[in-house]
Design a binder for this molecule. Structure first.
Ligand SMILES: [Fe+2]
Ligand SMILES: [Fe+2]
Length: 426
């Protein structure tokens, strides 16, 4: 910034030598370690049959881990649940990363309206390119698995707009979806026009990445500690390489959200309000926990149809009544899985509190993560019971799907399951 000529701003980012150094080191190291080529290679080499008999994650990161279904499953069914966790988990990450790519660009536009922000914008450009590589890897694996096992989508979805619901299994309806779409579009417009709002988008991004780190660190470690790294399953290699990139993204979120903010003018009431709205939105998105995919804060009833389909598939061979009974045992009766998922939720809300601590504009509701803290196991059970009654009626619709008799090729036996009560043959 040429100080000898008229400028619209008093401070330059480059005057903050420590922050500039942090940004330079983060960008340099991220460029040097970029996992893009490796992830592309892994995705192109993936053949499901090569690793369908192995765990892809630590065992506790399996679909419906520690539920009655898990305890009654055979070893091969547990492997399938483990692989489906990978598919489900990274399907959600794809959704978050689609939004990240767009909001990186709009925020870069907002920050580039100030002098000396090239370094920040170059960082974001690299990260957006990396996210496209991550999405490609997750999508390639997840879609191949769903196609080969079920012949249809369960957790995946066709490419979508950044402003559609970020949480792919959410407590939503057409009106709520439209409102969310409006809010995200408004936020993207504001962030591209306002440096403070753009800067504080990275506090929201940091919170979301923080939640990811809790699980992704362990998913990455599974490969890192694998006894045969060369022949380890490709999805676990992808988890590892993705985590390496993401650790740099988390650093940049922290530096931009916590340090760069000091070179900007103090926020107006309006700017502080919008930035708080972003954090409240994150709390709302993360207010639920679920036992289907521990670590992703989806709304459990939204998953009922998918879990039903998994149970009815040739890999579990439940009939209609048996599937509903197993779901009742998993979702409506307190069990170990609920305590594990609730613990993850608590860890997240505590780490979010620490993350926003010290930011001057944060409201009390956000500082104390009050919305997230409203969640309890009792409330979770009440919600599920209410929603399950509706699902039981609606599930008649799913019956039609199975009556049509479309069967996926089954190589995983369902024999390990205990017999179901009151089963009804279709
Ligand atoms: Fe990513
Ligand atoms: Fe990222």
């Amino acid at each position: 910034m040429n100080q000898n000529l008229y400028q619209k701003q008093e401070k330059s980012l480059l005057d903050d030598k420590i922050t500039t150094k942090k940004l330079e080191i983060n960008l340099k190291r991220n460029r040097e370690q970029d996992n893009g080529d490796e992830l592309d290679k892994l995705a192109s080499e993936f053949v499901f049959e090569d690793c369908r008999d192995e765990l892809w994650n630590p065992e506790k990161y399996s679909l419906l881990y520690a539920t009655p279904l898990w305890h009654e499953s055979s070893p091969s069914q547990k492997i399938l649940l483990n692989q489906l966790y990978w598919v489900a988990y990274y399907s959600q990450i794809i959704s978050a990363e689609i939004a990240t790519i767009f909001l990186n660009q709009t925020s870069a536009a907002g920050l580039y309206s100030l002098e000396d922000f090239r370094l920040v914008c170059d960082t974001l450009d690299l990260e957006s390119m990396q996210e496209r590589g991550h999405i490609n890897a997750f999508k390639t694996i997840s879609e191949q698995v769903e196609e080969k096992l079920f012949g249809e989508r369960l957790f995946t979805y066709p490419m979508k707009n950044f402003a559609t619901e970020t949480m792919i299994f959410q407590n939503t309806n057409r009106v709520k979806e439209f409102w969310k779409w409006m809010q995200l579009n408004a936020f993207s417009f504001l962030s591209s026009n306002n440096a403070f709002i753009a800067c504080q988008y990275f506090t929201v991004r940091g919170l979301r990445t923080l939640k990811g780190k809790i699980v992704q660190h362990e998913l990455g470690q599974f490969y890192d500690k694998h006894h045969d790294k060369v022949n380890a399953p490709i999805p676990s290699k992808i988890s590892y390489h993705h985590f390496l990139d993401e650790s740099y993204h988390f650093n940049s979120s922290s530096i931009i959200g916590h340090d760069v903010i000091h070179t900007l003018k103090k926020p107006t009431k309006f700017e502080a309000h919008i930035a708080n709205m972003g954090i409240t939105g994150c709390q709302k998105d993360h207010q639920h926990f679920n036992i289907s995919v521990n670590g992703i804060f989806w709304y459990e009833p939204a998953l009922f149809p998918v879990i039903y389909k998994v149970l009815r598939s040739p890999y579990f061979e439940f009939d209609h009544v048996g599937a509903l009974q197993m779901m009742e045992k998993c979702f409506l009766m307190e069990n170990q899985a609920m305590h594990l998922a609730y613990d993850t939720h608590n860890i997240a809300s505590k780490s979010y509190q620490q993350y926003v601590d010290g930011l001057p504009y944060i409201s009390k509701t956000n500082r104390e993560m009050k919305l997230m803290k409203k969640t309890t196991i009792e409330k979770y059970l009440r919600t599920n019971k209410h929603a399950f009654k509706k699902f039981e009626v609606e599930s008649e619709r799913y019956l039609h799907h199975f009556i049509q008799g479309r069967k996926a090729p089954s190589t995983i036996s369902g024999k390990g399951m205990q017999p179901q009560r009151n089963t009804q043959q279709l």
